[in-house]
Design a binder for this molecule. Structure first.
Ligand SMILES: NC(=O)c1ccc[n+]([C@@H]2O[C@H](COP(=O)([O-])OP(=O)(O)OC[C@H]3O[C@@H](n4cnc5c(N)ncnc54)[C@H](O)[C@@H]3O)[C@@H](O)[C@H]2O)c1
Length: 255
């Protein structure tokens, strides 16, 4: 029997939202697993900081500044990464924003900005990555969703965010089916409440701290606890997984 390999040795992987929080943590984790990592963020400083941390630890990384809403920005980033390290093998789309507003007070601009980044941005990123992976004979895309695709969080007025995350989940399943014959797998990681700048922002933290008591494991997710699920889905240990939604939430939505 051939044992599964979780190795990412020589895999070239693009990560969006790599300048902070979950994306930065997963990027560092993939670097430690020997992937060559393209660290993309709209924050030049953030992308640079994460790429520098990976190279300082002996890994391979390049900082890429880009906006997931912009098609040429994403195709340029893929091309730059491939020039640096060779053909793309995988991608993890983590860039996202958050805010809250009661639905009756939400402006069209507020709704549109969040949908543009958190949903359309995942499509534009996946499209640029998918084109390269199809050309390269296959690969793995992981989209960061959320438990907010499954539940409407108690006490948090974020209808745009919840709708975007539900969209990411079904978009990912759709791409998984469209690209299965081209050997491109597309899966979702749906984190629960994770200790990042986004979750610690005052408007979210005020409510999330009350929700923690309801998590069966009794605490928030640490960023590093998302590295294992990402390595699994990007590696050859997951060659038969596509269209999967891996919920990593300490049991929060199992009650
Ligand atoms: N923190 C949580 O509790 C939690 C839970 C579930 C899902 N998520 C999701 O995880 C992802 C990362 O969240 P986080 O908590 O690490 O947030 P974060 O704010 O720490 O990081 C988000 C990163 O995305 C980047 N970004 C934003 N808009 C961009 C754009 N248009 N183009 C390129 N980069 C852009 C930001 O500059 C930032 O570096 C998001 O998609 C979020 O919805 C977070």
């Amino acid at each position: 029997m051939a044992l599964p390999t979780f190795s990412l040795d020589n895999q070239v992987v693009l990560i969006t939202g790599a300048g902070s929080g979950i994306g930065a943590g997963i990027a560092r984790g993939l670097g430690a697993f020997k992937a060559a990592v393209g660290c993309l963020d709209q924050s030049e400083d953030g992308a640079f900081e994460t790429a520098s941390a990976i190279t300082a630890a002996g890994g391979r990384a390049v900082a890429l500044t880009g906006d997931v809403r912009d098609e040429s920005s994403m195709s340029d980033a893929v091309a730059r990464l491939e020039r640096e390290f060779g053909p793309l093998n995988g991608a993890l789309n983590c860039a996202g924003v958050h805010d809250t507003s009661p639905a009756e007070a939400m402006t069209r601009a507020q709704w549109q900005r969040l949908i543009d980044i958190n949903l359309t941005g995942v499509f534009i990123s996946s499209q640029a990555e998918g084109r390269a992976l199809i050309r390269n004979g296959g690969g793995s895309i992981v989209n960061i969703g959320s438990i907010s695709a499954h539940i409407a969080n108690r006490g948090l007025s974020q209808s745009h965010y919840n709708a975007a995350k539900a969209g990411v989940a079904h978009l990912s399943r759709s791409l998984a089916l469209e690209w299965a014959q081209q050997n491109v797998r597309v899966n979702i990681i749906s984190p629960g409440y994770t200790a990042t700048p986004m979750a610690k922002s005052p408007e979210v933290w005020g409510q999330v701290k009350h929700l923690i008591d309801d998590i069966p494991l009794g605490r928030m997710c640490e960023i590093d606890e998302l590295v294992g699920p990402a390595v699994f889905l990007l590696s050859d240990a997951a060659t038969y997984c596509t269209g999967l939604d891996l919920v990593v939430d300490g049991g929060a939505i199992r009650w």
